[in-house]
Design a protein around this ligand. Structure first.
Ligand SMILES: [Zn+2]
Length: 156
């Protein structure tokens, strides 16, 4: 990680977004994009439910909120949950240099793949993030499996 701000403090912003999403009745995943000096560039949350739009993941929401940039190498994407393949693709496509993951216990997406491709990945296994997703999945399994694109579980 290149930021001077501790990873945990950066994660706090993404976690706030996740709580905001939960309060809205949405899937509690938050994200934020920071510059190398810790400046917040954009923040967002999964709004699949709120916006009726399956393409609004936390990472894409934060990315869009940050606006246009020429170069993402010195930026850090912070997300409460391991990024899915869609969001991992975004991180690789735009060359985002660093990734901080709140947790990868409830869902493990593409963070190892990103590390293999040169992204500086930090996985915090933050207890708050684990508890938030564990409780959400237990209470809303159908919504969760829809979000991660696992159709079979809905029919089980
Ligand atoms: Zn995603």
């Amino acid at each position: 990680m290149t930021s001077v701000t501790p990873a945990q403090e950066l994660l706090d912003v993404a976690y706030e977004e996740a709580l905001h999403g939960l309060a809205e009745g949405g899937i509690p995943i938050g994200a934020a994009l920071f510059d190398a000096d810790g400046t917040l560039l954009g923040r967002g949350r999964n709004r699949r439910v709120q916006s009726g739009d399956p393409s609004v993941h936390a990472e894409t929401d934060a990315f869009r909120a940050a606006g246009r940039r020429r170069d993402y190498r010195r930026t850090t994407m912070v997300t409460t949950l391991s990024p899915c393949w869609y969001c991992s693709g975004l991180i690789r496509q735009f060359g985002i240099g660093s990734l901080i993951v709140g947790e990868s216990q409830t869902f493990s997406g593409g963070h190892d793949w990103l590390a293999d491709h040169g992204v500086a990945v930090t996985v915090l296994q933050d207890r708050r993030c684990v508890d938030l997703m564990t409780q959400f999945i237990a209470e809303h399994p159908a919504l969760w499996y829809e979000d991660i694109g696992v159709a079979d579980e809905l029919e089980a």
